[in-house]
Design a protein around this ligand. Structure first.
Ligand code: TXA
Ligand code: MG
Length: 315
């Protein structure tokens, strides 16, 4: 549905009724529910087939609104001032006695909060007035959606409405950070980089490492997985493979090629990542070979998603 005033009203009505609404953000499409309604939040987990120990991000229009639900330490406040609205999520301590459904944070004392930038989710938040809990709008463990048709394919029977709108400019999920005393844990890499966070706070940022307790399932080894196999750092391509290329130097003998960014821009590559993976996956090829992506800046977040897409133990 186009993002008209009438549709924003309808979307808010659905949310109030405890239904699910999908909407674009600057990162990926979200599957939203009223974060104060237990039943509605429970239906997110059911729709996505998401393990219920896996907490959700709440979306709010401003830091002032966020302050009704969570406490900000000085460092988190600095981070919020620097990166909100935008593709950045902070894990913060919940205020006692808030209206938030306990299901949102899966029993933790903390809750993940984001103030997004995309005009459609912002308008919806202004309209709805309550926090919206929203994971990415895909089945658990599958590729994230950056287009309404991706959402429809996984979840069309589960959502009351899918709002359309301008593209998801960042294309990969928000950076997630948690301040722990004088250190900051980077729970998920994203468009806001480790360096960005260090510059704003002057504190040490510790990237999450596999093998630590996976409090964020985006941290599970196999995640963001297409049906096809994924082979990374491919500098040659086998006859039965499709190629996901980056830049202008890639094996020219591949039968099927999609290019993340012919000009070699990491920003463009991040924005195209999930939609091109969806596209190649839909062609039904057995293996998607992926060109090397430079491991710096946004390349860190792109390689993080790709290595999880390539990990074994898919369904
Ligand atoms: O860009 C995004 O963040 C998108 C859009 C829709 O906003 N949302 C998103 O949600 O990626 P989801 O559910 O796919 O990923 C949320 C991540 C999960 O890995 C979850 O475990 C982690 O956030 N998370 C949520 N609450 C947490 C908490 N209290 N402590 C640690 N991690 C938490
Ligand atoms: Mg997700």
């Amino acid at each position: 549905m186009p993002p008209t005033l009438a549709n924003f009203h309808l979307a808010s009505k659905y949310l109030l009724q405890g239904k699910l609404v999908s909407f674009p953000t600057e990162t990926v499409y979200g599957l939203g529910a009223d974060a104060t309604n237990d039943q509605a939040v429970a239906s997110i987990f059911a729709a996505k087939k998401r393990p219920s120990f896996n907490p959700l991000i709440i979306h709010l229009p401003s830091i002032e609104e966020a302050e009704k639900y969570v406490d900000f330490d000085i460092t988190s406040r600095k981070l919020a001032a620097a990166f909100w609205p935008g593709p950045f999520t902070l894990v913060l301590n919940k205020k006692p006695g808030t209206l938030l459904s306990p299901l949102v944070s899966a029993g933790l004392d903390t809750v993940a909060v984001r103030v997004p930038e995309h005009p459609v989710v912002r308008e919806l938040l202004e309209n709805f007035k309550y926090p919206i809990a929203a994971p990415s709008a895909n089945l658990s463990g599958k590729l994230s959606p950056t287009r309404p048709e991706h959402v429809a394919r996984d979840l069309k029977d589960e959502v009351a409405m899918i709002l359309d709108g301008p593209p998801c400019r960042n294309g990969i999920e928000s950076t997630i950070a948690q301040v722990m005393g004088s250190e900051i844990r980077l729970l998920r890499p994203g468009s806001v980089s480790q360096r960005d966070i260090e510059e704003v706070t002057g504190l040490r940022v510790v990237p999450f490492e596999d093998g630590q307790n996976p409090t964020a399932p985006g941290q599970l080894k196999s995640h963001y997985a297409p049906r096809s196999n994924v082979r990374l750092n491919a500098t040659t391509v086998y006859p039965d493979e499709a190629l996901l290329a980056f830049g202008s130097l890639y094996p020219k003998d591949a039968r099927i090629v999609r290019n993340l960014s012919p000009k070699g821009s990491l920003h463009e590559a991040a924005a195209n990542l999930f939609s091109l993976l969806h596209e190649l996956d839909d062609l039904g090829c057995e293996t998607i070979a992926v060109s090397p992506i430079p491991p710096h800046g946004l390349g860190i977040a792109i390689n993080d998603r790709l290595s999880r897409a390539a990990a074994d133990n898919k369904e």
